[in-house]
Design a binder for this molecule. Structure first.
Ligand code: DGL
Length: 265
């Protein structure tokens, strides 16, 4: 495997772009192949079997592009599929949950942690299990947020509906006196300011993306696979509508996408 091979990053939609941004910042010489399963977003209302199937197709696609590492920039996939693929793959694969769980205990002071995520991630209890590996005493309160991803994918960031559901989902967490809130869906950093408006300035909002990107760098460095050459342009693939994806992605990345292609499974 050459160190010039790209890194594969995938999500159900545009959420993983928040991870791509961090990876691009921390590893500026790396070429990224980004995959958005926009035709099947959200994953939050799918069954475990469906999600495992989707993830398997996406990983096969990324492997066909000769990626040297894969980032599951999707908490849902990380919660359900990580153990299976970690065992199966010959290249490094990392998700969102482990890096966030490792860091959150350094940040929280009162050990009362909130996790906001879609229903599938909440039901998996993956964050509770992972954080408990490091600290048995931490109290973790989850908030299931089914409507956020569809609203974000429709770019309804300024809608009244978004405000309403955020209030409804997050108010119960505030009663638990949490001091840290994990944004346990890669779409949520896109509405970080809106979340802040509901929870206030005192609660630390933890975005796992930065810690995942740091962990990726450590892994590639240890394997002597960091790209030291000049970066090739990133490539974007989507199962959904190219124009719709491009519009949103360019808006959030604040950059023009040079290569976007549709994938049919
Ligand atoms: N952005 C993904 C996550 O981090 C998927 C959200 C969804 O499709 O429901 O979980």
């Amino acid at each position: 495997m050459s160190n010039q091979n790209p890194i594969g990053i995938f999500d159900s939609g545009i959420g993983g772009l928040t991870v791509l941004k961090e990876v691009a910042q921390i590893l500026p010489a790396e070429q990224i192949i980004y995959f958005a399963d926009s035709a099947r977003v959200p994953y939050g209302d799918k069954s475990k079997e469906e999600i495992l199937d989707f993830v398997s197709q996406i990983i096969d696609f990324l492997l066909s592009k000769n990626v040297k590492a894969i980032v599951m920039a999707c908490n849902t996939s990380s919660a359900l599929a990580m153990p299976l693929f970690k065992e199966k793959l010959k290249i490094p694969i990392l998700g969102m949950i482990h890096p966030a769980a490792r860091e959150v205990l350094k940040i929280t002071k009162n050990k009362r942690i909130g996790v906001m995520a879609n229903p599938v991630t909440v039901k998996s209890k993956a964050y509770i299990q992972e954080i408990s590996k490091y600290n048995h005493g931490a109290l973790i309160y989850q908030a299931s947020c089914p409507e956020l991803v569809p609203l974000i994918e429709q770019n309804k960031l300024e809608s009244l509906k978004l405000k309403e559901v955020l209030n409804e989902y997050l108010k119960p967490l505030l009663k638990e006196n949490i001091d840290t809130l994990i944004l346990a869906c890669t779409h949520y950093p896109l509405i970080k300011e809106k979340v802040k408006e509901v929870v206030g300035e005192k609660i630390y909002l933890l975005d796992p993306a930065y810690f995942a990107a740091k962990e990726l760098k450590e892994i590639l460095k240890a394997k002597k696979q960091l790209n030291l050459q000049k970066k090739s342009p990133d490539k974007f693939f989507t199962t959904g509508n190219i124009e719709a994806f491009k519009l949103l992605a360019e808006y959030f990345l604040n950059d023009k996408l040079k290569f976007v292609k549709k994938v049919y499974f």
